[in-house]
Design a protein around this ligand. Structure first.
Ligand SMILES: [Zn+2]
Length: 436
């Protein structure tokens, strides 16, 4: 058995897809006897990986589906060479899939990615470097009830979208707060929000994710925000974020490393270089991708992996080889741009400070409880400023971003408080302020 799996791993690793960086040293024994794991099996696998690789893996659940299935996550990270440095300024990324329960390929790709990363950490320098510097959270299924209702081999959705939706028949990728909704609409929506969506919203708002991919099926393309547009046209018009250059870099990185996607002519569609703006393809409101960008610091792509939504399990090893490099190269992009810590003059971190980049003022980034920020940027010269309530704005700092070797440049800020009276209260808010 061992010999068979070793042989299989080597044959696959050499790759019929021209993957030059793969090495026969890689362990890919998880590709033997390919099958889709059900939710219980994913839960057991993640628990086992945590047990076998306690220094790398931690399993947890972000909540339960309507039918009480866990939304299973595996978090991966390594202490790194200098463990005493801790994980300050280590970017946090996520990969999610299966929000449409009958689009299954991405779900199993994430299950493979989890095993690939822990099993090869010791032997593959590239993986070691990634886990030593990055915290990766993997959520294979955002809609486990939908998956349970879907049928392997079905390339299109079942009648009434059974399997695509959750158990209540709701399309979860239309159930998020939308950047164009009024506050009233957001509140209204929240009254009927599905448990899966609510769990993901809380997760996104509480973890300082900087980069994300969410996998779908039914096409082969990397799609970047926005998915909605002010004009609400059905298609064919770009609706771009202020960070379009970063998003295009992310989308092209995934597509260019994918031997089929980059051709852009799959499933009777045509996408130049295998990428598209979401709204240009077709408009949608309440999607997860736009929610990530508009309501958090996280830059998320929607990636469609296969023409057939639920392809037969025998195709899984080949699909893994197609997507492996794309995944690794995309995750490394968490290290582009600038990162740093915002502190006060006593050295204490400032939570919820705002980092503003000239030319990208529409998308401020907020600091974590430890005062950390990560600002993904493409190469260029930028002026960056830190602002925080009760503090004087920092002077703009000019920085030349090169993204050499995908290492973020460090730029820290120290903020002075706004002048205070003897009570230590900001003079602006002091009752005495108005007397003088
Ligand atoms: Zn989908």
């Amino acid at each position: 058995m061992f010999f068979v799996s070793l042989l299989l791993c080597c044959v696959l690793s050499r790759g019929v897809y021209g993957d030059a960086s793969a090495s026969s040293q890689e362990n890919e024994d998880f590709l033997v006897a390919p099958k889709y794991l059900n939710n219980g099996e994913i839960r057991s696998l993640f628990a086992r990986l945590q047990e076998e690789y306690p220094h790398l893996a931690r399993a947890y659940s972000i909540g339960k589906s309507l039918q009480k299935r866990d939304l299973n996550v595996l978090a991966l990270s390594a202490p790194g060479e200098d463990a005493s440095a801790g994980d300050l300024l280590r970017p946090v990324v996520k990969v999610t899939a299966n929000i449409h329960g009958d689009e299954t390929l991405g779900r199993q790709m994430i299950v493979y990615l989890a095993q690939y990363l822990v099993k090869n950490y010791e032997n593959v320098g590239e993986i070691q470097q990634l886990l030593n510097t990055t915290e990766i959270h993997l959520l294979p299924s955002c809609n486990p009830d939908g998956f349970a209702a879907a049928k392997e081999g079905n390339c299109e959705s079942l009648p009434h979208y059974i399997g695509r939706t959750n158990a209540a028949g709701v399309d979860l990728n239309r159930d998020f707060p939308d950047r164009l909704d009024s506050q009233q609409q957001i509140q209204q929506k929240s009254l009927n929000r599905q448990p899966e969506t609510a769990a993901i919203i809380e997760w996104v708002l509480n973890k300082p994710f900087v980069l994300s991919a969410n996998f779908h099926g039914g096409a082969v393309v990397a799609s970047y925000p926005y998915d909605n547009s002010l004009a609400h046209h059905e298609c064919c018009e770009d609706s771009l974020t202020p960070d379009d250059r970063v998003f295009k870099l992310m989308a092209h990185t995934y597509a260019n490393n994918h031997p089929i996607m980059r051709k852009g002519n799959n499933c009777n569609d045509t996408f130049t270089d295998g990428v598209t703006n979401g709204a240009h393809w077709y408009e949608l409101n309440g999607g997860m991708q736009d929610f990530n960008y508009a309501f958090s610091n996280c830059f998320e792509l929607t990636i469609e992996l296969s023409c057939c939504k639920y392809p037969p399990a025998k195709t899984l090893p080949g699909e893994w080889q197609r997507n492996k490099q794309s995944l690794l190269q995309l995750l490394k992009l968490a290290h582009i741009g600038v990162k740093g810590v915002v502190k006060d003059v006593n050295g204490y971190p400032i939570h919820d400070a705002t980092i503003v980049v000239s030319g990208l003022e529409e998308k401020p980034i907020r600091t974590t409880r430890r005062g950390e920020y990560w600002r993904l940027l493409t190469p260029g010269i930028y002026n960056i400023q830190a602002l925080a309530f009760g503090y004087q704005a920092s002077a703009p700092q000019q920085i030349h971003v090169t993204n050499d070797k995908n290492v973020a440049q460090r730029l820290d800020f120290t903020l002075s408080p706004i002048e205070t009276n003897y009570d230590g209260i900001s003079s602006f808010y002091s009752p005495y302020f108005f007397r003088h």
